[in-house]
Design a protein around this ligand. Structure first.
Ligand SMILES: Cc1cc2nc3c(=O)[nH]c(=O)nc-3n(C[C@H](O)[C@H](O)[C@H](O)COP(=O)(O)O)c2cc1C
Length: 326
């Protein structure tokens, strides 16, 4: 499968863009385990053009994680164009536009999924951003604003006409936020539409290798994007890749091995940022890891993990956990 000239291989699996989650260390880890493409968290176009340094840091990407997409969001055409040019200078492989974020502080202001209520503006921005940069531009959005406005089949054609190189569809409406189940049937309809020729990336509730395979087979999508199921579990890409290639489950990965992966994530996170910020980022992943599910009386340990401020503190906690893992 290709987006523009970028070859992403057979039945590729992507790491979804996630705010405060898809930081450099985590992206690299997912890449190492087989994610065919990774995305930065969304970056505010407004903040970028105002040179907010915390926002500019979100553009930091490394060659090891390529192909990598940087995602931007905003509601104003000129701002988005200017931000797109700034992003292009950071040399990502792809520039992705977020028209899917449902949270009030974004969608309520007309950006992200808010744009699903102003399609002319969405198309104007997409057109203008495609024209402004040389790298492929892609869009990530949802089925529509709410259950009565599932417009994605028509919208996909309109976005394609703006010149985008691929489209990611999260199978929920804005009104659903993250509730209910992702509905892949409309994603499949977009894919089946004979007028569509750009790659379609399906997203929503893929949590197992079996479901990933089923989504490729039932809905014909060109790629699958995994979000929440990767929290504290970057090895999901290894499990999915193996299953897609062999039709068999990967032999179980040992708990010790998984803990060593999380240790490495801590090290990478601290090395790529600094100790304070690295720990801040990584401890949320750790607390959410399915590796620790089922350990009796784990609550206090989880709280300690969330409060740890140094690498050493975290590693000491890991040392206490290690004998508890079976
Ligand atoms: C904590 C969190 C942060 C997210 N941040 C972004 C974001 O920055 N950009 C984006 O396009 N989607 C974002 N999403 C949505 C995910 O990319 C994805 O579309 C959604 O979680 C559904 O996929 P999943 O069921 O595999 O998690 C976020 C989701 C979560 C849970």
């Amino acid at each position: 499968m290709k987006i523009g000239h970028i070859d992403l291989g057979e039945r590729p699996i992507f790491l979804a863009p996630m705010e405060d989650v898809t930081d450099p260390a985590f992206r690299l880890m997912c890449k190492k385990f087989g994610a065919n493409m990774v995305y930065t968290e969304f970056v505010s176009a407004d903040a970028l053009i105002r040179s907010v340094s915390k926002t500019e840091q979100k553009l930091n990407i490394s060659d090891e994680e390529r192909p990598v997409a940087i995602q931007i969001y905003g509601k104003d055409t000129e701002t988005m164009v200017e931000a797109a040019r700034i992003v292009e200078e950071a040399r990502p492989d792809i520039l992705d536009i977020n028209f899917g974020c449902p949270v009030k502080r974004v969608a309520g202001k007309g950006a992200g999924a808010g744009m699903l209520q102003n399609i002319p503006k969405m198309l104007e921005i997409t057109h203008a951003v495609v024209d402004a940069v040389k790298i492929p531009v892609t869009v990530k959005t949802r089925l529509g604003w709410d259950a009565n406005n599932k417009i994605i089949v028509d919208l996909a054609e309109q976005l394609q006409d703006c010149g985008i190189a691929a489209l990611t569809i999260h199978g929920r409406t804005r009104a659903q936020m993250y509730t209910g189940e992702a509905d892949w049937t409309l994603i499949g309809e977009v894919k089946k539409n004979p007028r569509m020729h750009i790659p379609i990336i399906g997203n929503g509730d893929v949590t197992t290798p079996q479901r990933a395979k089923e989504c490729f087979e039932l809905y014909g999508v060109d790629a699958i994007m995994i979000g929440r199921a990767s929290f504290g579990r970057p090895w999901i890409f290894k499990e999915v890749r193996h299953y897609l290639e062999t039709g068999e489950e990967l032999p179980p990965l040992s708990a010790e091995w998984k803990l060593s992966v999380l240790r490495q994530e801590v090290v990478d996170s601290v090395n790529l940022l600094d100790e304070r910020r690295g720990i801040l980022h990584v401890r949320r992943h750790l607390a959410a890891s399915p590796l620790f599910k089922g350990i009796p009386n784990f609550r206090d340990t989880r709280i300690a993990m969330l409060r740890a401020e140094t690498k050493e503190e975290l590693f000491q906690i890991f040392d206490t956990i290690s004998p508890l893992l079976s």
